[in-house]
Design a protein around this ligand. Sequence first.
Ligand code: ISE
Length: 341
Amino acid sequence: MSPRGTSEELRVAVIGTGRMGADHVRRIQEVTSGARVSAVVDLDAERAKTIASRVDGCTAHTCLCIRDRADVDAVLVASPGPAHEATLLTAFEHGLPVLCEKPLTPDAASALRVLEAECELGRRLVQVGFMRRYDAEYVRLKSLLETGQLGRPLLLHNRHRNVASPPGFTSDMLISDSVAHETDVTRWLLGHEIAAVTVLRPTPSASAPDALQDPQFVVFETDGGAVSDVEIFVNCGFGYQVQAEVVCERGTARIGDGHAMVTHMAGRWGGTIDQDYTVRFADAYDREIQAWVDATRRGEVTGPSVWDGYAAAAVCEAGVRALTDGGRVEIDLVEKPPLYR
Ligand code: ISE
């Protein structure tokens, strides 16, 4: 049943039709069942019109005029992070369920305002788009850890490599835009909060654009006594690679080696490496959006919460401070509200 009490398709407004938003519009139309895109919103009127023209009955808008629309049951937010707070608060006013791409908001103070607003409503409306929680390999790793067979997790090693950074990508964004994923993966896999962060700055790669501190090496200390490290390298040149290895008391488990198909040819063996996150995590995105649509039609909200988005924002903010000022920066979260326990 849709939130409006019919078993009809969920009518979704997609806010932001850049790379991720456009991909989600395609996904909802071609892959997801039980939903359709009824409206798209983008400051770029031409882009909104182009995307809307690909979908029967979809209207294009340049502002959040969804507020009084009768043809919107839920909102998918894929606009730039600084615009999220206003969109989320508007969705709350209208009781609309939201899938909000990461980051929830760009800093801890704005994330906390969203958290307080949702707590005031007294019910969850938001699923945050940490899609790695829907990736088959991460899900298997999490299930294995939960069996307890390997004992307590002690260390988590993460590698996060992109082929090339987009124009305008700054050193801070390696943390706030890229390592944001590992803040969530660390908290989710280990079931700990991140208590402190340190960022080391190796000599930048000659392939990195001017003044970009790339790569970086980030170390998280958790409140459960584990250490999680992240190599973030956004101009590695050769492929999109995300790997994780958990070291536990009685064994280790590793994902992301990308061994889907191995070829033997001309005296060598090997395989291909995905070039982009929309390809590497395509299945995860498909599962994430389907899970959101299914839960929303049941009148439920599941998946990563505003608390997870707030914790990630606080860790990234501390990470950027550690990158800029050097040293170890502690993270001070507010007490977790009952809504998220
Ligand atoms: C991008 O925004 C993402 O979310 C990708 O998953 C990540 O690999 C990339 O570094 C970010 O810029």
